[in-house]
Design a binder for this molecule. Structure first.
Ligand code: F0G
Length: 453
């Protein structure tokens, strides 16, 4: 059966119309830093899959009908019921987004000398851990080309680390899927083994579940013994191996804002409640409006339907195939996003001349595309980075959920083809100016001009 989007479109957002000449002018004006582009200067915004989903009419309807301003909002009970039934965790707390959950949870556990081990910790969690005086240490599995579960944690290294830690001085977070491991999923076998290790060392195990629904479906299609189970049943089993889950509702739950922490621990429930009331809002809304709670409950449920997840994972892998056909080297199999190896794509540009930035500028000029790098070129002096260097020469292409169609993907594939056809004309970049306080970078082409047409 041919691929098909399982929805029809009821509201449209016209793509801006900017000419190539205008884009070249804009790029010069923003000093070759596409992160400075404003929204109306972009045709295809593939920067993030966070807060960018098209919501369903059920979500919009529930937003409009939500009662606001209540201390015991109905919407909280819908949110709580949904998360309880999906995860099995009885104590459920809304928070305003993912990093709020990280902040509150890490604050409860952390003290100087505390370690948080992870397959890879997302930047927000890493920064929060650092501020709290804790060490966030990534233990990604060894990358095996073509392996289906390259998001796994390295269990041998985890055992070695935990064996040296004083009891109670560490916790483990598994990020599902793993944003800093090219969006790759974690297998159920790896989750189970991590859980056994944590139990043995009396260490809490939490899930960063921003994309746990997608991870559940990857388990269904890539881990043989789960092929007959629904993603919902797989997600429930996944959660059973953890002490708690936190997530940003801007990803799998297809909302513009929102987050959650849920746990089975009564002790943690009391501590988290105090933290939410101090920093987020009352316990039953945690910084969210009633309408947001409703939208999250529905989005999370829709995001866990097999039919939707089949479409989601197929569109990601099809987008990968389209780009591969255009000659783009990328991480395979595609996970929750597409990671392009820019150094391989532009082999004439040495890595110290930021091939990912050149590729990004080229994609913008050629097709008005904005994408993302995970990590900032000035960030690499951190000790953990040296041990596990981030793929700074990778460009991340996200596919906002339910927002772009197959014809958009085909069009973007053609933009890549045009860029690849003249790749040797593009110049590398150097950093012209960097402001540490604002993290603002100005770049300039190493050659007299960016593209010598
Ligand atoms: N954990 C993961 C795995 C994430 O990808 C993100 C956000 C967060 C935590 C923090 O959530 O933004 O709601 O506070 N990732 C976005 C991205 C920003 O583009 O991947 P938040």
């Amino acid at each position: 059966m041919a691929f098909m989007e399982p929805f029809r479109i009821k509201m449209v957002d016209p793509l801006p119309q900017i000419t190539k000449e205008e884009r070249i002018e804009i790029l010069r004006k923003i000093n070759y830093n596409p992160l400075q582009l404003s929204d109306d200067e972009i045709n295809f915004d593939l920067w993030t899959d966070s807060g960018t989903a098209a919501m369903s009419h059920h979500q919009w309807a529930a937003m409009v009908t939500a009662h606001e301003g209540s201390i015991n909002p109905d919407s909280f009970y819908k949110f709580e019921d949904t998360i309880r039934s999906i995860t099995g965790f009885s104590h459920v707390f809304p928070v305003h987004q993912g990093r709020a959950a990280e902040h509150l949870l890490f604050s409860i556990h952390s003290k100087p000398g505390f370690s948080i081990f992870s397959n890879t910790m997302y930047t927000t969690g890493r920064n929060i851990a650092k501020r709290l005086g804790a060490l966030a240490k990534d233990l990604p599995c060894k990358l095996i080309s073509g392996d289906c579960f390259n998001g796994n944690i390295d269990c041998e290294r985890l055992e070695q680390e935990l064996a040296q830690i004083e009891s109670g001085n560490a916790m483990v977070v598994l990020t599902l899927t793993s944003n800093h491991q090219a969006g790759q999923p974690v297998s159920m076998a790896n989750i189970k083994r991590t859980s056994e290790i944590c139990k043995r060392y009396h260490i809490h195990l939490y899930m960063d579940g921003c994309r746990f629904e997608e991870n559940a479906y990857f388990i269904k299609i890539r881990e043989k013994s789960y092929e007959d189970m629904s993603a919902r049943a797989i997600a429930f089993e996944m959660c059973s191996y953890f002490d708690g889950i936190y997530f940003s509702a801007k990803k799998d739950a297809m909302c513009s804002i929102g987050g959650c922490f849920a746990t089975k621990s009564v002790d943690l429930k009391g501590k988290f409640e105090e933290m939410v009331e101090a920093f987020e809002g009352r316990r039953r809304y945690g910084g969210l409006a009633g309408r947001d709670l409703n939208a999250v409950a529905i989005g999370l449920t829709e995001g866990l339907e097999d039919r939707y997840l089949k479409y989601r994972t197929e569109s990601l892998s099809m987008f990968g195939d389209i780009l591969k056909k255009a000659g783009v080297p990328l991480v395979e199999p595609v996970g929750s996003a597409i990671y392009i190896n820019a150094a391989k794509c532009l082999p004439h540009i040495p890595t110290e001349q930021y091939p990912a930035w050149t590729l990004h500028c080229a994609l913008y000029v050629e097709g008005g595309i904005r994408c993302n790098y995970l990590g900032h070129p000035m960030e690499y002096d951190d000790s953990n980075e040296r041990e596990n260097p981030r793929p700074q020469h990778f460009l991340r292409i996200c596919l906002p959920r339910r927002a772009y169609t197959l014809s958009h993907m085909l069009h973007i594939g053609e933009v890549f083809e045009r860029v690849i056809a003249k790749r040797e004309h593009y110049s590398g970049m150097r950093i012209a100016k960097y402001c540490k306080a604002t993290s603002l970078i100005s770049l300039e082409p190493v050659k007299a001009c960016f593209i010598d047409e």
